[in-house]
Design a protein around this ligand. Structure first.
Ligand SMILES: Nc1ncnc2c1ncn2[C@@H]1O[C@H](COP(=O)(O)OP(=O)(O)O)[C@@H](O)[C@H]1O
Ligand SMILES: N[C@@H](CC(=O)OP(=O)(O)O)C(=O)O
Length: 404
């Protein structure tokens, strides 16, 4: 089995010890245990801040060498905790675990995993602790996989070992119809498809990294998202697509938000030049609007620093739109194709005095950029506007059905 524990699950020494205990119990029950660990809670942010004390633009290679330390620390500590509990364990960093990536420091893509060393350690009966978030280039340089990248590491290790599933242990008991910390009546989903999870994740649902969901879909790995604090069964993300029995109706899965989703402004570039600059750094292109003299664009989920660096590389100065913006999205099958969904979103927000500055839609998502301070309220308003707190799978008045 491959279990991934996020930063919150290994957030302090007690939690780390509890993770070790869980691994030891699984091993004693006869399982081959591989655990992929993230850095302890705020460690990655703390390391980043340390670099930023020295410079606003740290060298990308050295920054990766620094950030990777967090995951190495968790794994070594967990191995020590397992030893103390009387079992054998070994920690493996990205290189030792055979995680080969490209050279895009800060946002590297995995090219292959050679799990030979993991397999050998399992054959010796060891509990194997693998660092999430990090890999190594052909030249032996350390890389990191982008924020939240331990999810992708875990799925990739499970796929490389030929396993059909991977457990993601986190600080909430599964995937909800919205972030349960922001929308108190959000409902936990028992099951959803990779595609549906991807829609939520791309819109900002932090519980799973989008790249990890894509990897899981590509390799047929089912994901079990569950709480490391309670251990109860959580949400299964599987290949099976939900049946949409609502003929020609949209099917709403949930609401996702980003408190910070800036609108950037750049002068004197064409859309293709902006796109090329972002692409060169592996950053997403959201919307691009305006004329070449004065373009505005979004890069959903990208760190502002990374966007500024990407455009800086081609000599362009980027400004962030004067109002601090975030985004809130409604995700679901065919929802972006249905004008009544967009209408319900805009009317509900307007009734609450929230006016989006940018509205974008894809077939599976409608997203609104609103003031950062209004994002949480907007998420609650939209969650309730689509009746997502109820259990009913009945069609809503405008022909919007709920995922269950
Ligand atoms: N739809 C959602 N369902 C569950 N959790 C969500 C959702 N959207 C956002 N979240 C947030 O994701 C958090 C878990 O992700 P993260 O903080 O990256 O965990 P970890 O430390 O385990 O990697 C939860 O605490 C929750 O606030
Ligand atoms: N530590 C890295 C990688 C990661 O995946 O963390 P977490 O699993 O806690 O989201 C980060 O903070 O981005």
């Amino acid at each position: 089995m491959v279990w991934k524990f996020g930063g919150s699950s290994v957030g302090d020494m007690d939690r780390l010890r509890r993770v070790a205990q869980r691994l030891v119990e699984a091993r004693r029950a006869g399982a081959d245990v591989v655990a992929v660990l993230s850095a302890m809670s705020d460690t990655t942010d703390d390391l980043l801040e340390m670099a930023n004390v020295l410079t606003a633009q740290p060298d990308a290679r050295e920054l990766d060498a620094l950030l990777a330390v967090g995951e190495s620390m968790s794994c070594a500590l967990a191995a020590i905790a397992v030893h103390e509990l009387g079992e054998r364990a070994v920690s493996l960093n990205g290189r030792q675990a055979g995680v080969l990536t490209d050279t895009a420091h800060g946002n590297a893509r995995m090219q292959s995993i050679d799990p030979a060393r993991i397999v050998a350690a399992l054959e010796q009966g060891l509990i194997v602790l693998v660092t999430g978030y990090q890999g190594v280039t052909d030249d032996g340089d350390v890389t990191t996989l982008g924020r939240g990248g331990s999810d992708a590491s875990a799925i990739a290790v499970a796929a490389a070992l030929g396993l059909p599933e991977c457990d993601i242990w986190t600080d909430v008991p599964g995937v909800f119809t919205a972030d349960p910390r922001v929308v108190p009546d959000a409902r936990r989903l028992d099951r959803l498809s990779h595609e549906a999870m991807l829609q939520l994740a791309e819109a900002g649902a932090q519980v799973m990294q989008p790249r990890a969901v894509e990897l899981a879909a590509a390799h047929g790995v089912a994901i079990h998202v569950r709480s490391s604090f309670t251990g109860e069964p959580g949400t299964w993300i599987t290949e099976v697509r939900e049946e949409n029995d609502m003929f020609e109706t949209a099917r709403i899965i949930g609401v996702a938000h980003r408190r910070h989703d800036p609108l950037y402004q750049v002068d004197g570039l064409t859309p293709a030049q902006v796109s090329a600059a972002l692409d060169g750094h592996g950053l997403p292109v959201g919307s691009i609007i305006g004329s070449p003299g004065e373009l505005r664009f979004t890069s959903p989920g990208a760190e502002p620093q990374a966007v500024i660096a990407a455009l800086g590389d081609i000599g362009a100065a980027v400004a962030v739109h004067d109002e601090e913006l975030g985004s809130v999205s409604v995700a679901g099958d065919a929802c972006g194709n249905r004008s009544e969904v967009t209408l319900r979103i805009l009317e509900s927000l307007e009734r609450t005095g929230i006016r989006p500055v940018l509205v974008t839609s894809t077939p599976s998502r409608v997203s609104c950029h609103v003031a950062s301070g209004a994002v949480d309220e907007a998420a609650r308003v939209l969650h309730s506007a689509f009746g997502l707190h109820t259990d009913a799978a009945a069609p809503q008045p405008v022909g919007v059905a709920l995922a269950n």
